[in-house]
Design a protein around this ligand. Sequence first.
Ligand SMILES: [Zn+2]
Ligand SMILES: [Zn+2]
Length: 279
Amino acid sequence: MAIIRRSQWGAPATSPAAYIGSTRGVKVHYLGTAYASRPHEQCAAYVRQIRASHLANKKEGYVDVAYNYLVCEHGATFEGRGVHKRTGANGTLALNLQDYAVCALLGSSGLTKPSDAMLHGIRDAIEELREHGRAGTWVGGHRDGHATTCPGDPLYDWVQRGAPRPAAEEPAEPKPAPSPKPPVKSVVDLSRLVAAAKADPPKRGTPVSYYGVKTVESALVAEGLLAREVADGHFGTATVRAYAAWQRRCGYKGPAADGIPGAESLKKLAARRGFTTTH
Ligand SMILES: [Zn+2]
Ligand SMILES: [Zn+2]
């Protein structure tokens, strides 16, 4: 997530806050007031409002918004004082010199739990402070070493775990592949097959007279009795010749092996080649 620079949300481009070379680490804060969830279009205005209220705080004498970064519930990271600027938020000068400060736009009532997007945004701020502001690796909450409940328990729990980037959403359980359906066995009707064998001239390319012919032809191809290219769905002369060869293989002779299918030879072929017969 890109960081929203000061000039992009309506602050002077550079903070007038005092320079700081490095810090022990980063302290995380929350607003500690009632805060309502709102559309992101309103977040920049809220950050401007925080800055205005800090500038108006005569007691603290802030010269700028007190935090180094502010993060909204949508995960946008607003540049506050930015890197190498001493925060004013940690409670005392010593604490401000010790750590940078990142504030979550999270309330003590209303919106109180950080979203994953917000945690990513806070993490973005911490990483920018480490990479460009010489922040050390320590990370904690405002309450560490100071009498305050800030940054609230839900956020502090995360901070105590080292402010980890939220894990990517678990991929949904892979769905088990649908178990393959048992193949539906073709049924070849003997009487229709015989009708096709008697009637079909070799008319390649014309509509198939009976789909069962194709099943028988495939079986004859598998038996090595018919060339694949003539297995065209028509019970033509090549198929008759091949079926006759099958009949001879079954032990039929002479006119009994005429290439016109009979019940017994067809049943044998069906048993070997995985289809069933009816008549
Ligand atoms: Zn705080
Ligand atoms: Zn937002």
